[in-house]
Design a protein around this ligand. Structure first.
Ligand SMILES: [Fe+2]
Ligand SMILES: [Fe+2]
Length: 309
């Protein structure tokens, strides 16, 4: 998301100031999310009846498509595991509300169970693939948030607005759509479990921003807007979540084809015709909500496959 420059200043190079340390409740909505997370734990190793999945019921093409899809999902969740603690360090550095600091510790844990359940599904259907094809790596490997979170010159509001209120919100809407059209019980359950967690992750972003925006001046708000635009244009519209939005390549075509195979059998994927309206309305909802709640105007977006959004 950001180009490597010599002027990058990391918060890790700045002196730490921890005290006075307050861990009291400042933001009751975020504290409630923290407590909700504590009472809705699930264990990837036992939440699914792994032995009950009869993989011989699926064709070799379906199994290949499944291991590919869930490997890809694991890469995405791994990205979250690596960025979430970076954000937590940032929250502590910036001494934001303690509620946010506490909440993010469990948010990281939730991302780790998403990674594990994705890995287990990939293993079940033929084996986890540990790296994307070379020509696909730019689309799926990272959205640069870990670096951004530690960048002293990028505000925490920019990062949360881009990562949570934009990228995570888009994933949530896409997953909801996919869960609705999935008939394989273990896969449907996996999506539902992840969605329950992600609903809280998204709620966190909007609660957090609501608490921070009143303190931001015009310049800081413009930077929030620019961070969101960069995330949507350079990451989402580059196919970070959706293969048919990625630049055309052998790997993205293969992904589109394998998603079609899964969609046909209700195995937890969707196709361009169905995903497009979900994606477009998701971006529109984000724009409307940012206008309504933050008074921030997002521009019209464009992608050759969607037209103007
Ligand atoms: Fe996740
Ligand atoms: Fe998440």
């Amino acid at each position: 998301m950001t180009a490597e420059t010599n002027s990058y200043r990391s918060i890790l190079d700045q002196p730490e100031s921890r005290f006075p340390l307050d861990v009291g409740e400042f933001n009751s909505k975020i504290r409630k999310l923290f407590h909700a997370s504590l009472t809705t734990q699930w264990n990837p190793s036992t939440v699914i009846d792994w032995d009950g999945i009869d993989t011989s019921a699926y064709s070799p093409e379906q199994r290949t498509a499944l291991r590919t899809r869930w490997s890809r999902r694991a890469w995405g969740e791994y990205g979250a595991i690596s960025e979430s603690p970076a954000l937590q360090i940032r929250f502590c550095h910036d001494r934001v509300d303690p509620d946010a600091q506490l909440y993010f510790s469990i948010r990281s844990q939730e991302e780790s169970r998403h990674a594990e359940i994705s890995y287990r599904l990939a293993e079940k259907f033929g084996g986890y693939i540990d790296a994307p094809a070379d020509d696909y790596e730019n689309s799926v490997s990272t959205h640069g948030v870990r670096r951004l979170a530690l960048d002293a010159d990028t505000s925490v509001e920019c990062t949360v607005a881009a990562l949570v209120c934009s990228a995570e919100q888009v994933i949530f809407n896409l997953f909801k759509h996919i869960a609705e059209i999935t008939t394989q019980p273990a896969i449907r359950k996996t999506y539902q479990l992840i969605l329950r967690d992600e609903a809280r992750h998204c709620a966190f972003g909007w609660y957090f921003m609501a608490s921070r925006l009143p303190g931001l001046g015009a310049d800081a708000r413009k930077r929030v807007r620019d961070a969101v635009v960069t995330m949507i244009e350079k990451v989402e519209l580059n196919g970070y979540q959706i293969a048919w939005l990625a630049p055309e390549s052998e790997a993205s075509s293969a992904q589109i084809e394998s998603d079609r195979i899964l969609w046909q059998a209700g195995l937890g994927a969707s196709i361009e015709e169905l995903e497009k309206p979900v994606f477009v309305s998701s971006l529109r909802e984000i724009r409307d909500r940012m206008k309504r709640e933050w008074d921030i105007d997002l521009p019209t977006f464009y992608h050759p496959r969607t037209g103007k959004i």
